[in-house]
Design a protein around this ligand. Structure first.
Ligand SMILES: [Zn+2]
Length: 404
């Protein structure tokens, strides 16, 4: 296995706080061949390990963004709410298609827009993203900046199926009750939104493998039904506030329904998952420890990745996010994070994004990288980011993330 050991060498992360995220350990973590092999308080690196030495930084599992549309993240927020439901917003966006702000983004090729979406995930420590649109196997499977959930079925909405994606009942049937089935649902505050969960249930598509996105308009009866069916919810608070000035009734759902946090796209959401976590925290519905679970262990369970993502544990892929410590509480530290405070991100045991001080780690792992100013700080980014940036900037001048 010489090739594997060259590409995914062994490394030991030392001197940080490990947030697993169920517990916090002051210790070290060792990975080899792309997998975590040990973590603990007294861990001795092997002789040939790459040493990743930290200054009291916090080490988290790579984050999971539970809802995104990767190709839609060069847009600014578009629309002027509040709207009664998402369909009214879609109509409004479609009326504005000739707007220069929209037309310029659409001039960028679909593959470049998808790649941009991958980098925006990476810049906020996301190593797995649930992309709500077709899976682009050739692009996502080959050096894409983040891992994209592979096994899923999706429907856009109950009303726009056909124009966007397949019909809920047909797509749900294809899951055979196993794969996750994801649909925007009850995205609004009127009777249209309030009627959608019952309709989904009538179609037989509300089961334990169903993942609803938004749920703003769920009624008390809906919430009980959601719980009874064991389905899950993805909460995208910044998008909900932008479109409707309110979000799902999280306090009524907390502890009863499995819930994760997702960004949605920048058409309606904030620039990064870190921003989204801050919006969620600002609403005061759930504490930072719970929010940390909502971007790690909980979405992993929802998407059938419980044994493969969302944890720092032996046998798990070495998907790792290291953040500078700016807060005493490590969970609040995650909420306070920005792309500038990302020290290093590993995906499958390989560095993808991080501080200049880790250049030797990139080199020893055989990862080519470029220097780029992200959020005001020079960072190392794996891959040919500048070429992408140049192509994007030919059309789009105001980027949602501060680059350069
Ligand atoms: Zn969405």
């Amino acid at each position: 296995m010489p090739l594997l050991s060259l590409r995914q060498p062994s490394f030991t992360i030392m001197g940080g706080l490990l947030i697993t995220p169920d517990r916090v350990i002051e210790g070290s973590l060792r990975a080899t061949g792309g997998r975590i092999v040990a973590l603990g308080e007294r861990l001795t690196p092997a002789a040939r390990d790459i040493l990743v030495e930290l200054d009291d930084d916090c080490v988290y599992p790579g984050l999971i963004n539970a809802h995104d549309h990767l190709e839609l993240n060069l847009f600014p927020n578009i629309g002027q709410g509040p709207y009664p439901n998402s369909y009214a917003w879609f109509d409004d966006v479609n009326r504005r298609r000739d707007d220069p702000a929209i037309a310029r983004v659409l001039d960028v090729s679909i593959n470049d827009r998808l790649r941009w979406g991958g980098y925006r995930c990476l810049f906020s420590g996301v190593t797995t993203v649930a992309h709500h649109n077709p899976y682009h196997a050739r692009l996502f499977g080959n050096g894409f900046p983040t891992r994209v959930l592979r096994r899923y079925r999706w429907s856009h909405t109950l009303r726009l199926a056909g124009s966007y994606g397949g019909r809920a009942e047909e797509e749900f049937r294809k899951t055979r009750g196993v794969e996750p089935f994801i649909i925007h649902l009850a995205e609004g505050v009127d009777e249209v939104a309030a009627g959608e969960l019952a309709e989904l249930d009538r179609l037989g598509a509300l089961q334990a493998n169903t993942i609803l996105v938004h749920g703003v308009g769920l009624t008390p009866g809906d919430r009980a039904l959601l719980r009874a069916r064991g389905a899950s919810l993805v909460w995208c608070p910044s998008s909900n506030l932008f479109l409707f000035r309110r979000t799902a009734d999280i306090p009524s759902l907390a502890g009863k329904v499995r819930m994760a946090v997702g960004t949605d796209s920048t058409l309606s959401g904030r620039p990064t998952l870190f921003d989204e976590l801050r919006v969620a925290d600002g609403l005061g519905y759930v504490d930072p420890t719970t929010l940390t679970g909502m971007v790690t262990t909980v979405p992993a369970a929802m998407f059938g990745l419980a044994d493969r993502a969302g944890r720092l544990a032996e046998g798990y892929p070495a998907d790792i996010l290291i953040l500078a410590r700016t807060e005493a509480d490590p969970y609040r530290n995650l909420i306070a994070a920005t792309p500038a405070s990302v020290r290093l991100v590993f995906l499958d045991g390989l560095p993808r994004f991080g501080d200049e001080k880790f250049a030797a780690c990139f080199r020893r792992c055989g990862i080519s990288f470029e220097r780029v100013r992200v959020d005001g700080v020079i960072k190392l980014v794996a891959g040919r980011f500048h070429a992408l940036l140049d192509r994007v900037r030919r059309s789009v001048d105001a980027l949602p993330i501060r680059i350069g």
